[in-house]
Design a protein around this ligand. Structure first.
Ligand code: HEM
Length: 428
């Protein structure tokens, strides 16, 4: 290849700015239907293309299901470390300051797998079965609350944000009375680009960065105390596993244990709430699908999987090329970023039959909402179990369901979903 050749390839494969903005800009995801319309065009005309926006470092966009899997699988070539795309300004502000914790999701080999193994068996299907009774009781409490509310409520605000948070808090072993504080912190963390959720309520980059750092500091203080407590008196919870876990014979340094708690608490909450609300939203708009799953509760497992595919609450994760690498015939240069666009992969016409249809009985639903390969979600069994238990508690009692207003979504390019979901319903 001549020196010129990569430039020529690049020029041909440059992603038009309009689409690059749709991938990078948190506001674009608040109107997810038009985002999906744009991504249809991206998959068709620019399936793997390079974005060059003045305020962002150049980034490649993986919009196709197969490419997302291929890139995520090659974790020696495409390294983790960044969350979602950040503008140069935000990356400079948060990057230099956010040294307080390290998360397993951002680690690479050889250490990543060691950190992963710490919690993998605790989160395995066999072990989490012990949570089932508690989860059923919590689900029943929220379904009772729906019944008592008299037929109308905001499903996100009143139900969906609370139930998964209480579950993940029970996983960690922290007291349920801390739920309001934990809710505020997770919403501020993932909602830092959403003026209604952000800590400081303003969108100036300075304030967003400062709000994020304050949130991280507050949650770190909380979990620092948890580490001290579980080292003194270990229990059977996941916090004890993290506090007393050893890597190469050593207890975890503080930034790593804090990062682990924060990842479990935050990643295990908003994702699951959003999938639950996203599934219920889809059912509220499709009485025939609701009738199908009510008539055959064996479909709840496929309803759960379809709700997660449909919602895909993790909008993207970024990888960085460790060396020049080829994807779909194009060269990603060493050091360049690649955004894995999970919601686009999950609507890829080449991977799913009628991807824009929500089907409670969809078969072989192999989606990428949990990622793929070595970093695939550690909490996926827990998330599936939570959703199934909630639907099992709700559906037999639900006589009718419809939207009672226009739902709204969070403004974020990272982890998001419905922010409000007004529903009207009848229950037994
Ligand atoms: C529907 C719910 C959920 C979705 C859609 C989801 C999605 C994801 C995705 C896409 C990744 C991969 C990130 C990457 O490839 O870089 C991931 C990783 C992870 N998730 Fe989840 N997640 C969910 C629930 C949970 C829950 C309930 C927990 C914890 C109890 C959890 C803990 C984690 C952890 C620890 C990782 C990092 C794994 C690693 O890097 O090896 N997640 N999740």
């Amino acid at each position: 290849m001549t020196d010129l050749a990569p430039e020529i390839t690049r020029a041909a494969q440059r992603l038009p700015d309009q689409f690059a903005r749709a991938i990078a800009d948190p506001a674009a995801y608040a109107d997810l239907d038009s985002w999906h319309e744009q991504l249809k065009v991206v998959r068709r005309d620019h399936p793997f293309a390079r974005a060059e926006l003045p305020d962002y470092a150049p980034f490649w966009v993986a919009s196709k299901f197969d490419d997302i899997q291929a890139i995520a699988r090659q974790n020696d070539v495409f390294l983790s470390g960044l969350g979602a795309l950040a503008s140069k300004e935000m990356a400079a502000r948060v990057g230099s300051e956010a040294q307080g914790f390290r998360s397993v999701v951002g680690m690479n080999e050889p250490e990543h797998v060691k950190y992963r193994l710490l919690t993998q068996s605790w989160l395995a299907p066999k072990n989490i079965r012990k949570l089932e009774d508690g989860m059923r009781a919590t689900a029943r409490r929220y379904v009772d609350l729906m019944a008592a509310a008299g037929g109308e409520l905001d499903f996100v605000r009143d139900i969906a944000v609370h139930y998964p948070l209480l579950v993940v808090m029970s996983v960690l072993g922290v007291p349920p009375q801390d739920e309001p504080m934990m809710l505020r912190l997770t919403q501020q963390y993932f909602g830092n680009n959403d003026a209604e959720l952000a800590r400081r309520g303003t969108m100036s980059p300075d304030e967003v960065a400062r709000g994020l750092m304050e949130t991280i500091a507050e949650v770190s203080d909380y979990f620092r105390a948890v580490t001290a407590d579980r080292r003194r008196s270990p229990k059977g919870d996941l916090a004890s596993v993290i506090a007393n876990g050893r890597i190469d014979g050593e207890l975890l340094p503080e930034p790593d244990s804090l990062g682990y708690y924060i990842t479990i608490a935050f990643a295990g909450h908003d994702t699951t709430s959003s999938s639950l609300a996203g599934g219920l939203w889809a059912l509220a708009e499709r009485p025939e699908e609701l009738a199908k799953v009510k008539a055959d509760p064996a479909l709840i497992q496929s309803l759960v999987e379809e709700s997660i595919r449909w919602t895909t609450p993790v909008y993207q994760f970024v990888r960085v090329a460790a060396r020049d690498a080829e994807v779909r015939g194009q060269t990603v240069a060493r050091g360049e970023q690649v955004a894995l666009c999970f919601p686009s992969g999950n609507r890829d016409e080449a991977a799913f039959d009628d991807p824009f249809a929500f089907r409670v009985d969809r078969q072989s639903n192999r989606h990428v909402a949990f990622g793929y390969g070595p970093h695939q979600c550690l909490g996926m069994h827990l998330a599936r179990m939570e959703l199934a238990i909630f639907f099992e508690a709700l559906l037999p009692r639900l006589r009718s369901l419809e939207l009672a207003g226009e739902p709204r979504r969070t403004t974020t390019n990272f982890v998001g979903g419905p922010k409000t979901l007004p529903i009207r319903y009848a229950m037994r």
